[in-house]
Ligand binder design. Structure first.
Ligand code: DP6
Length: 400
């Protein structure tokens, strides 16, 4: 291999995903194996994405990582687990080769830089897109072509679902080594073109209990979580996959809300209890149910992760009216023009009947802004060298 490259740079992007059947609880902390399967929708990268550059070079003397422009500790156990795993897969792929024929690049150190196009302060999960992007970029530089579920999962459980676009299932698996705990696409991003997603950003505060610690306590103390994982989720997974395949919004929306509510119920059943929702979250829940009751059918559905922000699913023909209802109930405090980000939404009038049906006193400023988005594709490679976040010296490019 005389012509082997001594330097290689790759830049990728990866999406955020939002679970409609939630993952909460691990059966193996080290391998990050879940106690139940989960299902998510991949959000479009035009609105939310992580971009990651990985560079390997014979001249690098150590692995290094920069997140959002700041150098971070590469020794962090979850980053180390991803690196170890990718290098193991790279060796395995060439296990037929003689030791002296293994590409030298397998021993090269790597520099990684990663940025999000959305503010981490918005309280939106960035670990899923972050670790999916890390796994994808490392796989490209080290020449790994196998399934990357395990690599991404070792960073953050939910990250394995960000490896695919559209609708994605993370099968919990049964094996102790986790080899069958993998993500798989249930339907591609083109499957349900009318589906829309609105992220209602409620609070920028840092949460009191992170998901990793929160789910540990839940596994130890919540009998409801055990019942959920063993009895409720298996049936719900099958049901949700059917609703997605049939593009049945009534079924999809109702089950999404029920599963979010049950996840938050297990948090309350945890001891000491965990609460991620706040008053604004509960007002949003109320608003959604009143809106649906007014229409006599499920036209919008909410889901909440480990924080107070709401993610709303609806169809394109309902977006404008629902956004008007949100504006009415949560009037923007300032910057009314910046209230809506992402996909354009036409202003729509709100009927007096609907206003009356909502039956809520407005809470000004409780929702900071809305991001309108849709279902999107999985990770992408950016071919243009301009896309690289690291220069030829392997250091972050100065931001302009
Ligand atoms: C509520 O994947 O962030 O968002 O595996 O410990 O990194 P770790 O947890 P993480 O948990 C996500 C929990 C959730 C539900 C979900 O995304 O399925």
């Amino acid at each position: 291999m005389a012509s082997e490259q001594s330097y290689l740079a790759v830049t990728c992007t990866a999406p955020v995903n939002i679970a409609v059947i939630k993952y909460w609880g691990k059966r193996d902390e080290e391998l990050i194996l879940p106690i139940n399967s989960s299902l998510s929708v991949t959000l479009h990268q035009d609105q939310l994405k992580t971009t990651t550059t990985a560079v390997i070079s014979k001249d690098f003397t150590e692995d290094r990582i920069w997140l959002n422009g700041r150098e971070e500790d590469i020794g962090q156990p979850r980053i180390q687990a991803c690196l170890r795993e990718i290098r193991r897969l790279a060796r395995k792929r060439r296990s037929g080769d003689e030791e002296d024929q293994l590409p030298l690049s397998l021993n090269y150190k790597v520099h990684v830089a990663s940025v999000n196009n959305f503010p981490t302060a918005a309280g939106l999960a960035s670990s899923a897109s972050g670790y999916a992007c890390l796994a994808y970029a490392l796989a490209r530089v080290y020449g790994v072509e196998s399934d990357l579920s395990e690599v991404a999962r070792r960073g953050s459980g939910s990250a394995c679902r960000s490896l695919y676009g559209g609708f994605v299932e993370w099968q919990m698996g049964e094996q102790a080594d986790g080899k069958d705990s993998i993500a798989r696409q249930v339907a591609p991003e083109s499957h349900w073109p009318e589906l829309r997603v609105l992220i209602l950003v409620v609070s920028a505060e840092k949460k009191l209990t992170g998901s990793t610690v929160g789910m540990q306590t839940s596994v130890k103390t919540s009998p409801l979580l055990k019942f959920r994982a063993e009895t409720v989720v298996p049936a719900r997974m099958a049901e949700m996959i059917r609703y997605v395949k049939e593009r049945n919004f009534q079924g999809f929306g109702q089950l999404t809300m029920k599963d979010s509510n049950q996840f938050h119920a297990t948090c309350l059943d945890t001891f000491p209890p965990i609460s991620y929702l706040n008053d604004t979250s509960r007002r949003i829940i109320h608003l959604v149910h009143r809106f649906n009751a007014h229409h006599g059918q499920t036209k919008v559905a909410y889901t909440f992760d480990a924080g107070p922000n709401a993610v709303i699913f609806t169809l394109d023909n309902t977006v404008a009216e629902f956004v008007a209802a949100v504006r009415h109930s949560f009037p923007p405090e300032s910057n009314g023009d910046k209230f809506l980000k992402g996909l354009p939404v036409k202003p729509a009038p709100l009927s007096d009947e609907l206003k009356a049906a909502l039956g809520m006193d407005p809470t000004p400023g409780a929702i900071k802004y809305i991001i309108a988005t849709q279902v999107g594709p999985g990770p992408q490679v950016l071919d243009h060298p301009h896309a690289h976040l690291l220069g030829p010296d392997g250091l972050p490019k100065p931001t302009v």
